[in-house]
Design a binder for this molecule. Structure first.
Ligand SMILES: Nc1ncnc2c1ncn2[C@@H]1O[C@H](COP(=O)(O)OP(=O)(O)OP(=O)(O)O)[C@@H](O)[C@H]1O
Ligand SMILES: [Mg+2]
Length: 245
């Protein structure tokens, strides 16, 4: 079966910094692929390229079609959504309306046009990220962990097939991270979503990922099952040794 997403020989530099150097990446439909590596490895830049940032070289294919450099709304309409490391909801809107806005302006395959209908769709998304009880709160009133789940909900509201998650566990307590792991499990099992996940917490990566790609200084250092990657000498030297220090 062809991969859902394919990045071919992606390079991207910023001035003198080579953030990505000929990276190949395939994401198969239905899998959870982890993207790990030390700070500055190029992980977020690879997400940005998948979501429309022009690479210096290389192509991005989604379902076999070239989407390299397309504007963000077109990438979204094709079925790719992402979360950001720093969340940025509409602070004064309710949680529910933040999600309803994403329903209306996102991919919207059911062609929802009215606010009431968008709110009903938002309610379904709210429950999948366990924010039901906070739906009337303004976004600015949310706790940190709730903001994280709102960010996830806004991405989900655009009905993606491929969801890119940039460090959704960062800063969460162990209990909150556990809750997020459960939510991601439900997305994979019940919504058949394909996930590409940047994550620093190795326990989480090992638990949720089917496969892992390791980046270091813009290069691909290793790729394989969690067990293979955890036992890879270069990965331990470049990353795991530092992460566990
Ligand atoms: N817009 C930009 N302008 C200049 N340099 C950039 C830009 N975006 C990224 N870089 C540089 O590219 C390299 C890769 O950065 P990137 O944010 O992709 O790393 P990362 O793996 O996501 O790191 P982190 O784990 O800290 O989030 C870094 O050296 C960074 O400083
Ligand atoms: Mg990053």
């Amino acid at each position: 079966m062809d991969p859902l997403l394919e990045a071919r020989a992606i390079s991207r530099s910023f001035g003198g910094v080579q953030a990505l150097d000929r990276i190949d990446l395939s994401v198969n439909g239905g899998e959870v692929l982890g993207l790990i590596g030390p700070n500055g490895a190029g992980k977020t830049t690879l997400f940005n390229v998948i979501c429309g940032l022009r690479p210096t070289a290389g192509r991005v294919l989604f379902k076999g079609e070239d989407i390299t450099g397309l504007p963000p709304h077109q990438i979204c309409r094709r079925g790719i959504a992402r979360t950001f490391q720093l969340t940025r909801p509409f602070a004064e809107l309710s949680v529910r309306d933040n999600i309803a806005a994403a329903v209306l302006f996102g991919r919207n395959p059911r062609r929802v046009t009215g606010l009431d209908e968008a709110r009903r769709t938002a309610d379904l998304v709210l429950s999948s990220v366990k924010l039901d009880r906070r739906k009337e709160a303004r976004a600015r009133e949310l706790l940190f962990s709730e903001r994280r789940r709102l960010e996830l909900a806004r991405a989900l509201a655009t009905s993606p097939e491929l969801l890119l998650l940039d460090e959704v566990m960062a800063g969460l307590t162990i209990g909150e991270a556990q809750e997020m792991v459960e939510i991601l499990g439900v997305l994979k099992r019940e919504l058949s979503l394909t996930l590409l996940v940047i994550e620093h917490v190795m326990k989480v990566v090992m638990t949720i990922c089917d496969r892992i790609v390791v980046l270091d200084h813009g290069e691909k250092l290793a790729e394989g099952t969690p067990e293979m990657v955890a036992g890879h000498r270069a990965v331990i030297d470049a990353y795991l040794g530092v992460a566990s220090a």
